[in-house]
Design a binder for this molecule. Structure first.
Ligand code: B12
Ligand code: SF4
Length: 529
């Protein structure tokens, strides 16, 4: 049977990384089937196009996975596929919590023939076999013989055949640039960020998060050997195709068991399996100097830290009191001393937030080593403790917000500001943190570092900017490049003619362009609304 696994686009921007579930389920599919993957973020398709694809390809089963924010699109696509007579099975966090919605048992239309609840590592092969026999059940739950919930062990993790999987749709180097880059900068024809998991589960139970409920508070790990082998496979692929591969360890808290993380990173180093990697680690676990040494030595470049707020009252409200804003700066300095930088994630619209929260947050951010701040709004995801609290208090303004997904829009009223004010805060955060002045300041704050680090921070910021600012078309890129021309010129200048002393090198035959590397921090607050 031909099977299609499909992940809808997020409706806002192009995702920078493929979704792991598709590769994992492909690897877990019983032999004898052909599995095709389409990630809507890389290959956008509408309902008509996907229905036509399914018909033309003779697909016998479609699996769709989606987060809450993509579920409306997922349902539309599922409807179109079912209309041409092909069964659809849906999985992932949203339908796990609201299976009745997908199955049309809540009074609404039916979108899926079957739903896979929770982790589907063990149920997926059963689903495929049932589909072959035309005997799909409505619900597949990961339970043992006694009907008790069973979380899959990750000890016998499948080998994802990264060496042979077609990853054409996931090259971050734009097609137009591939040929040029291949010629002038060997080894940069492709650049892919690949999701790898080393473990699952997080016991912290933050109020807005689905992870503790979904993966359970029992933490499970793959063996070090299986993770190391996967990294070696990816490294080998990058070498053969003369491209770059970076890994995103998608574990919710990569250092949740510090002892085990250290042992994994030591094994990575010993096996020569270092690749550049990113991982999510909570700030409290980054107090350990030895851990941070190992992060840097094993290829760690960026750590995603869910800081959420600089206000301890907010953190306490959402059960994240283990985050201590007072130690954020020390944690980030500890990382930056090893040239590891942070993606610092903030949530606005929390109960203790008032107007000006974005600027207050940015004032702190500007005192930290340069990183990639990101801003979102507190969102009541189904089945989270937050959802229940707001529902009970009658504060949900759009209780089924996912049915009509609106990016960066609140679904409840914050306590100390209006919904519009919360929206303005998030816009302000993105606009100021990624203004040309802020980008120049980030590059300038690394003035004592080699050029490579500054280029790295600049490119990372430029690309990350696309999470909020639409940068899909060529025109949008041209505009961004024009806005940031002074920083770009400064970096290019240094790459071509070497480092310029402050005020310009009097002996240089080339007059130095005005570099923005010395733009004062305050300038970053004076642009774009
Ligand atoms: C990596 C990641 C990202 C990446 C991008 C996603 C990517 N390309 O992988 C980044 C960092 C960009 C990201 C961003 C966001 N993320 Co995110 N992310 C994750 C994370 C940490 C890992 C996802 C993963 O690969 N898990 C491992 C795989 C194996 O698990 P899985 O996807 O759940 O798949 C299993 C089952 O669900 C099931 N399954 C899944 N799909 C299907 C389909 C079929 C057919 C079947 C049968 C089974 C099945 O089988 C799989 C194997 O057991 C999860 C948390 C988590 N641990 O899952 C959050 C998570 C998915 N993210 C979440 C959220 C909310 C977001 C953001 C909205 C955050 C924000 N406020 O900005 C953004 C939105 C991004 C966007 N694209 O629009 C939520 C989603 C909750 C929900 N109900 O929707 C999660 C669960 C975390 C949380 N805080 O609750 N995210
Ligand atoms: S620490 Fe992160 S993954 Fe764990 S419960 Fe909190 S938000 Fe979710």
């Amino acid at each position: 049977m031909k099977i299609l696994l499909y992940n809808p686009d997020n409706g806002v921007t192009r995702n920078f990384m493929p979704h792991l579930w598709m590769f994992l389920l492909k690897a877990l599919t019983p032999p004898g089937h052909e599995v095709l993957l389409i990630d809507g973020n890389a290959q956008p398709m509408d309902e008509v196009a996907i229905a036509q694809f399914v018909r033309e390809q003779g697909i016998g089963l479609v699996g769709i996975g989606a987060m809450t924010r993509m579920i409306a699109k997922a349902y539309r696509i599922a409807d179109a596929i079912r209309a041409v007579g092909v069964p659809v099975v849906m999985g992932g966090p949203h339908v796990t919590e609201l299976a009745d919605e997908a199955l049309g048992r809540d009074g609404g239309p039916r979108h899926a023939d079957a739903v896979a609840l929770g982790e589907a590592d063990e149920t997926w092969p059963l689903i495929v076999n049932d589909a072959v026999r035309g005997e799909l059940k409505e619900i597949y739950a990961p339970v043992d013989e006694a009907g008790k919930e069973r979380k899959p062990s990750l000890q016998a993790y499948p080998v994802i055949p990264w060496h042979s999987i077609n990853l054409d749709q996931f090259n971050l180097v734009p097609k137009a640039a591939t040929r040029l880059l291949n010629r002038v900068w060997e080894g940069w024809g492709t650049f892919r960020i690949i999701p790898v998991e080393s473990g699952r589960g997080c016991p912290y139970g933050c109020e807005f998060c689905t992870v503790t409920g979904f993966f359970g508070d029992s933490i499970r790990f793959r063996t070090n050997e299986s993770v190391v082998n996967e990294l070696l496979l990816l490294k080998a692929r990058a070498r053969t195709e003369k491209g770059q591969i970076a890994v995103f360890f998608i574990d919710d808290n990569f250092a949740i068991n510090v002892k085990r993380t250290k042992s994994l990173l030591r094994d990575v180093i010993a096996a020569g399996a270092q690749v550049h990697w990113v991982a999510q680690i909570s700030a409290n676990l980054l107090r350990d100097e030895e851990l941070v040494d190992l992060i840097a030595a094993s290829g760690g470049k960026w750590v995603f830290i869910g800081m959420e707020s600089i206000d301890p009252a907010n953190l306490k409200d959402v059960n994240k009191g283990f985050n201590k804003p007072g130690e954020y700066a020390a944690v980030l300095d500890r990382l930056a001393r090893r040239n590891v930088y942070a993606i610092t994630s903030f949530i606005f619209g929390m109960d203790n937030d008032t107007v000006g929260v974005a600027e207050r947050t940015l004032q702190q951010v500007r005192t930290w080593p340069p990183g990639l701040p990101i801003f979102g709004l507190l969102t009541p995801l189904p089945a989270t403790p937050l959802y229940k609290r707001l529902e009970t208090a009658g504060r949900l303004t759009r209780p089924k917000h996912w049915k009509e997904f609106i990016p960066f829009a609140m679904a409840h009223t914050p306590l100390k500001m209006t919904i519009e004010e919360a929206h303005d805060e998030v816009k302000y955060g993105w606009a100021r943190a990624y203004s040309p002045e802020a980008l120049a300041q980030a590059v300038g704050s690394l003035d004592d570092q080699p050029l490579g680090y500054r280029v790295n921070i600049f490119l990372a910021r430029l690309c990350f900017r696309g999470i909020y600012f639409p940068m899909m078309g060529r025109l949008a890129w041209v505009k961004v490049i024009a806005q940031n021309r002074r920083t770009i010129l400064g970096l290019v200048w240094e790459a071509l003619w070497g480092r310029r002393s402050r005020g310009g090198n009097p002996d240089s035959p080339h007059p130095a362009p005005a570099m923005l590397s010395s733009v004062p921090a305050e300038a970053a607050t004076e642009e774009e609304g």
